[in-house]
Design a protein around this ligand. Structure first.
Ligand code: NAP
Ligand code: ZN
Length: 353
């Protein structure tokens, strides 16, 4: 075991603060990584503040962070895919059972025994639960480590590991391609990646935002149209016209307003995970045989496919790089939708702790 520097929350109401955590010595199949950047996902905030208590009660101290990029510092004797010096990433998953039908199908995100990067019981017994990427290092089994294309900006590549795959995967699943009309609701960390992917796949992209100030950015990011969702007339003009809508909103909102915008057999997929349940009217779904679904991150193979796609098309997240000492301020700004469009923590700042 060795000690790593980290930032942790001691309770649902305490701010994140400097801490020291144990990490396991790499086993035969492990990769040890020096973390360079870690993105700040809204899920980190939901979890650290125990907002998902009903589904995923938080265990303290908690070390969030699942948008990790860094360089391999050492590998176990049995590691085949990575060597010292490789640029790598780690997303939301660090293990699964390898044997269930989901794992066999390469869909580890549905494994009933998956181990999340933070907050899951630690099978290695290093600590009560796994600790995430707000840290200077992490040790992960090689099967859950990704190759990062060398041409990508590293601070901007980190958010691909969650915001990227969470928007890429459902768009692939629901067939977002040229000729399709696609809506993206909420221009935050996930939403802005959704816009970039839908645009790269050739779809006609419409952004729905509550922030009029984001209009120009939405167009620059690849949107063909921008709708201010608080404007009833603008919303009405889009009725019944969408093949697919990706809902990336982190807070309570009226999802029925978006169901009305779907064409026959259109689908709205929730990736945003608000604290409280959303009310869904039956008639919006019945008329038009529309459907609503959800989608979690993506499997390891698809995450690598997404990273390679980003390498080829030079797609990264638009980031504001911050030192870890600004983490609590960043959380407050995220709650005000004041992020353009993802915070990425420069882990070199941990050296000062
Ligand atoms: P974020 O950066 O905070 O973005 C959320 C966006 O939602 C905001 O920028 C804002 O966009 C919009 N919004 C916020 N409050 C709103 C309100 N009251 N009404 C309407 N719109 C509102 O968050 P994120 O990191 O992208 O995460 C979004 C959600 O996805 C979170 O709930 C997160 O936990 C979840 N998530 C799910 C998965 C998964 O696997 N399914 C993975 C990662 C994250 P505008 O300013 O444009 O309106
Ligand atoms: Zn996330």
């Amino acid at each position: 075991m060795f000690k790593a520097k980290a930032y942790s929350a001691a309770s649902a109401t305490s701010p994140l603060a400097s801490d020291t955590i144990p990490r396991r010595d790499p086993t035969e199949k492990d990769v040890q990584i020096e973390i360079f950047f870690c993105g700040i996902c809204h899920s980190d905030l939901h979890y650290a503040r125990d907002e998902w208590h009903e589904v995923m009660p938080a265990v303290y101290p908690c070390v969030p962070g699942h948008e990790i990029v860094g360089r391999v510092t050492s590998v176990g004797a049995g590691v085949k895919k990575f060597k010292q010096g490789d640029l790598v990433g780690v997303g939301c998953l660090v293990d699964s059972d390898h044997t269930c039908p989901n794992c066999q199908a390469g869909l580890e995100q549905f494994c009933p025994n998956m181990v999340l990067t933070y907050g899951s019981p630690d099978k290695h017994g290093t600590a009560p639960v796994t600790y995430g990427g707000y840290s200077d290092s992490i040790v992960v089994e090689e099967g859950y480590v990704l190759h990062i294309p060398e041409n990508l900006n590293l601070a901007g590549a980190a958010p691909l590991l969650c915001a990227g795959i969470t928007t890429y995967s459902p768009m692939r699943h629901w067939g977002v391609t040229k000729g399709k009309k696609v809506g993206v609701v909420g221009l935050g960390g996930l939403g802005h990646m959704g816009v970039k992917f839908a645009h790269a796949f050739g779809a006609h992209v419409v952004v729905f935002t509550t922030s009029a100030s984001k209009k120009e950015d939405a167009l620059r990011l690849g949107a063909d149209e921008v709708v201010i969702s608080r404007n009833a007339d603008e919303m009405k003009a889009q009725a019944g016209s969408f093949d697919f809508i990706l809902d990336c909103v982190a807070a309570d909102h009226d999802i029925n307003a978006y169901i009305q915008l779907l064409a026959r057999d259109g689908n709205i997929t929730l990736v945003g995970a608000p604290e409280k349940p959303l009310a869904v009217g039956a008639f919006g779904l019945i008329f038009g045989r529309r459907s609503i679904s959800g989608s979690p991150i993506g499997g390891i193979a698809e995450t690598q496919e997404m990273l390679d796609f980003c390498g080829k098309h030079n797609i990264t997240s638009d980031v504001e790089v911050i030192p870890i000492q600004k983490i609590n301020e960043a959380y407050e700004r995220m709650l005000k939708s004041d992020v353009k469009y993802r915070f990425s923590i420069d882990m070199a700042s941990l050296k000062a702790e």
